[in-house]
Design a protein around this ligand. Sequence first.
Ligand SMILES: [Zn+2]
Ligand SMILES: [Zn+2]
Length: 66
Amino acid sequence: MMVRRYSCGSCNRSYKNKSTLGRHRRYECGKAPFYKCQLCQKQFYQKHHLKSHVFNRHPEFRLLRF
Ligand SMILES: [Zn+2]
Ligand SMILES: [Zn+2]
């Protein structure tokens, strides 16, 4: 039997839940991918911003690779 899926009209991704699709539409679709600090979950749109954030805020982890 077919599983009903909700697909995004803009990028053809499909999701099992309407709410997941809504979240995608609101936060992901058409947006630049972002980089997330693994230490404090802060998000950055540019990789070098994340790097300088880690460098300044988490100096003990500055050797980590992202
Ligand atoms: Zn989409
Ligand atoms: Zn951080």
